[in-house]
Design a protein around this ligand. Sequence first.
Ligand code: MN
Length: 752
Amino acid sequence: MDEKKEKLNSDEMYEELEQSLKNSGHDFDLGRVRAAYDVAKMAHSGQKRKDGSDYITHCVAAAQIAYDMGLDEDSVISALLHDVIEDTNLTHADIAKQFGTAVADIVEGVTKLTRVQYTSAEDEQMENLRKMLLAMAKDIRVILIKIADRLHNMRTMEYQSEDKQRTKSLETMEIYAPIAHRLGMQRAKWELEDLALKYLDPQGYKEITQNLESRMTELEAFMSSMENRIQKRLKEENIESAIFSRIKHVYSIYRKMYSQKLDMNGIFDLCAFRVIVDSVSDCYNVLGIIHEMFKPVPGRFKDYIATPKPNMYQSIHTTVIGAEGIPFEVQIRTWDMHRTAEYGIAAHWKYKMNSTSGIREGEEDKFAWVRRLLESQQESDSQDFLHNLKIDMFADDVFVFSPKGDVINLPAGATPIDFAYAIHSDIGNHMVGAKVNGRIVNFDYVLQNGDIVEIRTSKSAPGPSRDWLNIAKSGSARTKIKQWYKKERREENVIRGREIFENELKHAGLAPADVMDEDVLPQLLKRVAYDNINDLYAAIGYGGVTATRIVNRMKDELTRTQKPARSAIEKMNEAAERREQQAKKETKAVHGILVEGLDNCLIRFSRCCTPVPGDDILGFITRGQGVSIHRTDCTNCKKSLEQEENAGRWIKVSWAGKITDSYLTTIVISSRDRSGFVMDVATVLNGINAKVRSLSARDIGGGMALANLTLEVKDLDELNYIISRLRTIPGVREVLRNGTGTNLSSEKEKKG
Ligand code: MN
């Protein structure tokens, strides 16, 4: 729009800037600003712009724009100095020394943005670039000065090569105009868009501007007649107002033509009116009057006063149709709202400037405010790129470049490992080194916004190290590393996993045996969703699951379904205690008999069945004579068990482990009655050293004799041996123990 030849003298331009500062009503330190001008002029001396003017003119122009935006003194100074770090010998330290670190930081910030190379044109990439720029600019003034810089460069773009015009315009359209919009800077946004369109679609731009020019007289007549009519009416209603009219900016017409597939003649509402009043209540009064004067177009009324846009914009919008049938838009707002609409976020400094302390106060507060603004933008109803806008300028993300110029978005604190895996798992798995901005860095280097990251790979790389899991910041990198371990290192994982698992068991007070029990293990594995124990070890080994988690689940399962899990130590103690008690009982055993639940009770061995160690036995609680011990196959015992009144008196008894006593037992030998029979028995018993207590024989008639033999034996084995030897004696028919079968003698004895 600005067609003036700008081959200006920088000093004259500076005088103009100084005049604006003087007239601003704010307390600009003119000496400090002039010092900045002098330093910049000196530093850039000899440098020329493409149009032939001194480079410093660009710096002064940018400073003027910054001032016009409403920025503060440090911003104006920073704008003057914005290219000295990039293009001259001056350093951050030099600037900090003379103008303070705030200015030096801003200039350095602008320099960093300037160094960012935009090569990709993918949509997603553009959004990442916008975010990257916002993230890089730790101080919002960096972005605002960058916009001022870009605006001036766009205004003077005609001197650049066609190629440069195109790339710069694309950047402007895709990155800087959206950022200006995001920051609520309508004016800068419009101008950037129109200038960019001029180079991106010269034909389209020309068509619109020429059409507008040809209709200018008509449009201007229309606008001034409307202005007058509205003005007159508002005066009658005693409303103080200022009315401005304008032709809509080129790019907005251009977009409308394309989105609605109209040609220029189909676009009617080319004009917009703005009514600025003193109070909010006047805004609504004006709205009522306008709607009374003209027919409103349904669905075009928007009240951004009641519901401000996320970028703080407030106004009432309505579209009406004039008497001539031409629709036009009216925006109604207060002066405060107007300033915010024009300068957006920059207007913030205007408010702040009114307080004597300037903007230095409450740095924190300022950021919070910006953050709120940007965060709230995701709820925007705006149809353009504002969807999908979760921007956190200062915290959660870092944006870096691949060598090809793609912007990779990583979590703050990310390392080259995260970067490598973000590109591709293969890159990560074969990574052997990393370079950032051309320099070799360690794998734990923390990436900074705007870094260019290059990963060196090798086919023979050993694969990710386990340390990487601690270094990587992004979940996706960690997942990919774990996947690699899962696949490539199963055996190692199993061994490692087992070790970790068993350690964890120990911590949890469990022994491997508790879990490995073949009755229990399948159930435990089912509970933690693994098919077999090696799969589980492998998973723990590669880090797919934590041992703590698994062991806790297993513990739960054990508690739920089994006896309470006992520690190895508990178990050991219990076993020891059991043995000890066993040992105690043995000393308490009477005649080698343990009676369940009773210590030291009186024991007798029944004479009816004379049990010996090795016999199955039961105890009968007698009245006053202790426990009488019977063999379970004893006839009396069996009979007694069938009698109800005795049932409760039978108790379990057992032989003690170690028996040193010997026991008396009786056997009965039936034989043919022959001479020498008793002699033969005695000879056999003597031959095997049996300890005989008594032996008696008698004739029972029918050629048969019966011998009762009472022996002292150690146990059943010895007894059985003796019995087997007795059976070899000629004439012997049967050798039986007493108490079983037809044992007349025992019956007799009992009765006796
Ligand atoms: Mn510049």
